[in-house]
Design a protein around this ligand. Sequence first.
Ligand code: NAD
Ligand code: USQ
Length: 383
Amino acid sequence: MRVLVIGGDGYCGWATALYLANRGHEVGILDSLVRRHWDNELCIQTLTPITPIQQRLQRWKDLTGKSIDLFVGDLCNHAFLEKAMLQFQPDSVVHFGEQRSAPFSMIDREHAVLTQVNNVVGTLNLLYVMHEHFPDCHLVKLGTMGEYGTPNIDIEEGYITIEHNGRKDTLPYPKQPGSFYHLSKVHDSHNIHFACRVWGLRATDLNQGVVYGVLTEETGMDELLINRLDYDGVFGTALNRFCIQAAIGHPLTVYGKGGQTRGFLDIRDTVRCIEIAVNNPASPGEFRVFNQFTELFSIGDLANMVQKAGAAIGLQVEVNHLENPRVELEEHYFNAKNTRLIDLGLEPHFLSDSLLDSLLNFAVKYKDRVDEKEILPRVKWKG
Ligand code: NAD
Ligand code: USQ
C-alpha cells in the first residue's frame, strides 16, 4: 500500500514510517519540521541526538535500498497539502502531524490558539483533500485516551449504548479532556466523524495512551536513525521522564498524590497498531475508534517500578511528590477497554518484561546531554 505518514519526523511518526517501509509498504513522509522549531524556541533538546530528516532518509536508503518520499510543508497550507497528496497518491494516510503537548497548549492564550488552529485546521484541510481527490483513502488518525478524561464508569472504545426514558441508542462516548491540547483532539474526532457520515470517508481514530520507550527494530539499525526521546517539562511524558530522571540522579517528579491512572504502551506496539489499522481499513462511511494502549498504571506505581528497576542496575532513585501544576483528579476510578486491536492481532509488549531496564540503560548512555534546568514542570494550568 502507499502510506503517507504525516508528522513522520516526530517520535511516533519516524518509528512508524520506517516500520511500514520495512514491511513492504511504499511510504511517504509529510512534515513541516515545526516540532524542531518549537524545541529551539523553548531551548530544549531531545535526549538523543537526532539528525536532520534528509540525512535520516539518506541513511535509511543506503542501509535498506528503500526510499521514502519527503514532503516538507505545513498541513495547514491547503495548496501544499493538495499538491503533495496528488503527487504521492496515498491509499492510506496516517496522521500524527499535530502539536501534541498538553503543557505547551496551556502556556498562554497564544499557545492554546496555536495548538487548536494547527491541529483542527490541519485535520480539516486533510479531510477536504480526501473528500475532493481521494474519497476511498483510509485515514488513520492519532487521537488520545485523554479525550475521555477520567469518568467514574468504564470507558468503551469510542461509543456507548445508553438507555434514556425508555429509548436506546449507541452514541459517541462522552468527552471530558484535561487541556486545550486534549480538547483539540476531541474537535478533530467530531470533524472526522462528521466527514465520514456526510461524505462517506473511511477513518480510524486511534485513542492512544502515553507512549514509552525509544527503540524499534528499524530506529536501532544505525545511530543516524535514532528516534527522539523528550524528557523536559513541556514535551517529556511520564515514564520516559522518570527513566531519564533516574539516570541522572534527579528525584522522580510525581505530580500531586500520584494516583492519576492512564493507559500506556511501548513504542513497538504503537508501530504495530498502526500497521494493523492500515492493513484492516474502516469501511466507507465508517468512523471507527480503537483505544490504543496495552496496560493501565498509576503515576505512583510507575515511579515505584522505576525506583526498583533503577536499584537493580545500581541507581539510587528517590521519589518526590511535587505540587501538581495541572488541574486533574489525583485519585479516581479508571477502567478502559482495549480489546479491538488485540482482536485484530496485536501482541502487546509488557512493561515488566525488561523494557524498563533497557530504557534506563538508554537514558544512562545519553545522560550527559540532559539539561537539569528543564526537568521541573514550568507550566501551570491555572496560569
Ligand atoms: P511529535 O511532536 O514528536 O511529532 C509530531 C510531528 O508532527 C512533528 O515532527 C511535527 O513537526 C509535525 N507537525 C506538527 N504540526 C504539523 C503541521 N501543521 N504540518 C505538518 N507537520 C506537523 O509528537 P509524537 O509524540 O510523535 O505524537 C504524534 C501523534 O500521536 C500526535 O498527534 C499525538 O497527539 C499522538 N499521541 C502521542 C502520544 C505520546 O505519548 N507521544 C500519546 C498519544 C497520542
Ligand atoms: N505526570 C507526573 N509527573 C511528570 C509528568 C507527568 O506526575 O513528570 C503526570 C501528569 O500530571 C498526568 C500524567 O502523568 O497525570 C500523564 O502526563 P504526561 O505528560 O505523561 O502525558 P499527557 O500530558 O497526558 O500527554 C501525553 C502525550 C499526548 C498524549 C497523551 C495520552 O504528550 O500527546 O495524547 O499522553 S493520554 O495521557 O492517554 O491522554
